[in-house]
Design a protein around this ligand. Structure first.
Ligand SMILES: Cc1ncc(COP(=O)(O)O)c(C=O)c1O
Length: 305
């Protein structure tokens, strides 16, 4: 259960958590059109709170709206400001922020051109998405029987609510079989991403991740690529197959919720030494240093509130 915070921001106003409800005729509930973001704020070593890559997340929210032809009735600056304000109002030192843009009630059917575009921003405290043990020791993942969306079916550059039905099906399948997370192949059969994370492997010292053709252009993914390059690790964005994943020396997932989570097993095959490998550990440590404000080099990624 999510612990209630004091306030939720809805359509321009802060209202109490319990008041933040919508009508059953809300269009997005029926047909699934909505766009959203997931952003994390961290309690930094100096006692301040910083939102990680706020501008990039808000930019992606607006890009998602653009792809889905949803005109967000606020500016990027206003949304950024609310993300900072809500943490202050809710007294949260660290939290997960969820901007959500959805279609309100009005007409029904598949052409809701005049229905209002509504915007909510919610913040709640959320620990390690794949568990503390998963973060420390690595998770067990399963290749899903569900493919990731073809780019001409659901455009994957947009973080669209309806895209996540596919993720929920995959995640349910994997967890019901005793695994922690689902890995999804693209429609050509190459490794794409996990249900809510991007994937990296390490093979012969080279860090590899699928290109963003059929996957979400992850902000954590981009950050890890930069950190790796700055640490002198060779990075290649290219396709790889499931057997290349089985044979990798290391593998890990990246995402705002999952942060940098090592993978220790895929489909009952141990990955590398079956524990977080040296490059994974190095990048995970670098990532947590950055988000907690310990690394002066990447201060521009932090918005202190
Ligand atoms: C399908 C999917 N891929 C990748 C990611 C990772 O993206 P980010 O690092 O921007 O959170 C997410 C999470 O937002 C996701 O839902």
């Amino acid at each position: 259960m999510v612990d209630k915070a004091k306030f939720i921001w809805l359509d321009g106003e802060f209202i109490s958590w319990d008041e933040a409800t919508v009508h059953i005729m809300t269009h997005s509930l029926h047909y699934g059109l909505g766009v959203f973001e997931g952003i994390r704020a961290y309690h930094c070593q100096d006692g301040r709170t910083a939102i990680f890559r706020l501008k990039e997340h808000v930019r992606r929210l607006f890009d998602s709206g653009h792809v889905m032809q949803m005109e967000i009735p606020f500016s990027r600056t206003q949304i950024e400001q609310v993300c900072c304000d809500i943490l202050r109002r809710n007294g949260q030192k660290s939290a997960y922020l969820r901007p959500l843009v959805f279609v309100g009630d009005g007409v029904m059917g598949l052409h809701p051109q005049d229905n209002p575009i509504r915007v909510a921003i919610i913040s709640w405290v959320w620990g390690a998405y794949l568990g503390d043990e998963g973060l420390a020791r690595g998770i067990r993942a399963k290749i899903s029987s569900f493919s990731r969306h073809h780019v001409n079916v659901m455009m994957t550059k947009a973080k669209t609510t309806a895209n996540y039905v596919n993720s929920i099906l995959a995640k349910r399948e994997a967890t019901s079989l005793g695994y922690d997370e689902a890995l999804m192949l693209d429609t050509d059969g190459y490794v794409a991403e996990a249900s809510g994370e991007n994937i990296f492997i390490v093979s012969d010292g080279v860090l590899r991740t699928p290109p963003i053709t059929a996957v979400l252009s992850g902000i954590t993914r981009a950050s890890i690529i930069t950190l790796a390059q700055d640490l002198g690790i060779a990075v290649r964005e290219d396709i790889f197959s499931r057997d290349e994943l089985y044979l990798a020396d290391e593998a890990f997932l990246t995402g705002t919720a999952a942060e940098v989570t090592p993978i220790r097993e895929v489909d009952a095959r141990i990955i590398g030494a079956g524990k977080p490998g040296p490059i994974t550990q190095k990048l995970q440590a670098a990532f947590f240093d950055v988000v907690k404000g310990k690394d002066p080099k990447y201060q521009q990624w932090l918005t202190y509130i």
